[in-house]
Write a protein that binds this ligand. Structure first.
Ligand code: HXC
Ligand code: NAP
Length: 262
């Protein structure tokens, strides 16, 4: 379904919006009429992402930001307000991850992932929430989790703990900010085709096959399928949904049950 005016007049920030899922989300929100801001650390990523968005007929603002740094996050918010005048949507998509045995993970490695995923999502939500409340309320925040918030994730303890923290933050803010008509939700993807994630997490054809075998639908998700889930959650049609975690994973996290072998 393509409704070009669904988000008309709204302004959306997508962290990590220069690559992968974030770029697909930025593109979809832009196609639906929102004005787009993408932010991440690496200028090459946000420049390439901006070029792709311009190619799709959009006119994004690209901001270099490390979401671990609250001053830089505040500066991104101020630049957005100077440029577009308001913020209606925040997508906490920026993340870091790598496969490591827990006993071999250094404190710095733990802090790197917790810093990006948990602290970064809070700093961005806090700054955007302050703006939305000061403006008189209204707005939508969506965080990108992972389907292992339901199960834990052997091999990525830092990411699993951080994403579960963001899930709890989502449920908490949904209640705290309901009085301001700010809806706070999350999407929990399973394996989605993405060069950035592939570099960190699945490097061999055997890894890819093993992961495919674990998906009941027997395929990987597409970034556009995550973008559609985000678009649904921020759109007026989801106006009574807050504190929800929408899993988009081809049934991966569900157990097979005793007779799943049939
Ligand atoms: C062990 C590692 C490591 C690895 C880094 N470290 N990579 N330890 N195995 N593969 C350790 C380093 O040794 C260092 O600790 C500490 O982590 C910080 O490393 P830096 O390189 O200095 O960190 P930084 O430059 O801040 O980079 C952050 C990062 C990096 C998270 C480590 O991978 C990154 O920038 N990632 C962004 C992109 C990304 O990860 N995308 C994937 C998202 S997919 P010491 O002790 O040596 O100083 C996803 C969900 C997938 O999240 C779910 C699938 C179902
Ligand atoms: P990706 O392309 O590597 O995306 C990660 C993004 O985060 C990059 O754009 C990166 O840009 C940005 N980023 C990292 N650290 C940052 C920081 N400190 N400050 C600001 N931006 C930062 O991988 P992806 O697969 O698209 O992941 C997107 C989201 O989906 C993440 O939340 C991830 O956990 C989630 N997810 C992905 C999958 C999957 O299978 N692909 C599954 C479940 C969940 P810079 O390097 O320029 O900073």
């Amino acid at each position: 379904m393509f409704l070009p005016n669904l988000l008309k007049g709204q302004v959306a920030i997508v962290t990590g919006g220069g690559t992968g899922l974030g770029l697909a989300i930025a593109k979809r929100l832009g196609e639906l009429g929102a004005r787009i801001v993408i932010g991440s650390r690496n200028s090459e990523n946000i420049e390439k992402g901006s070029a792709e968005l311009r190619h799709a007929g959009l006119d994004p603002l690209a901001v270099q930001v490390d979401v671990r740094n609250p001053e830089q996050v505040d500066e991104m918010i101020q630049r957005t307000i100077r440029h577009f005048g308001r913020i209606d949507i925040l997508v906490n998509n920026a993340a870091g991850n790598f496969v490591v045995k827990a006993e071999e993970l250094s404190p710095n490695g733990w802090n790197a992932v917790i810093g990006i995923v948990l602290n970064g999502s809070f700093y961005c939500s806090r700054a955007v929430g302050q703006h939305m409340i000061a403006r008189g309320g209204g707005g939508a925040i969506v965080s990108i989790l992972a389907n292992y918030v339901w199960t834990g994730s052997a091999g990525t303890v830092h990411s699993a703990a951080a994403k579960a923290g963001v899930m709890s933050m989502t449920q908490t803010l949904a209640v705290e900010w309901a009085r301001h008509q700010i809806r706070v939700n999350a999407v929990a993807p399973g394996p989605i085709v993405s060069p950035g994630a592939a570099k960190q997490l699945w490097r061999t054809p055997e890894d890819v096959q093993r992961i495919t075998d674990m998906v009941p639908l027997k395929r990987w998700g597409k970034p556009e399928e995550i973008a559609d889930a985000v678009a649904y959650l921020v759109a007026p049609g989801a106006g009574f949904i807050t504190g929800e975690i929408l899993t988009v994973d081809g049934g991966s996290w569900l157990g097979r049950g005793t007779f799943g072998f049939i």
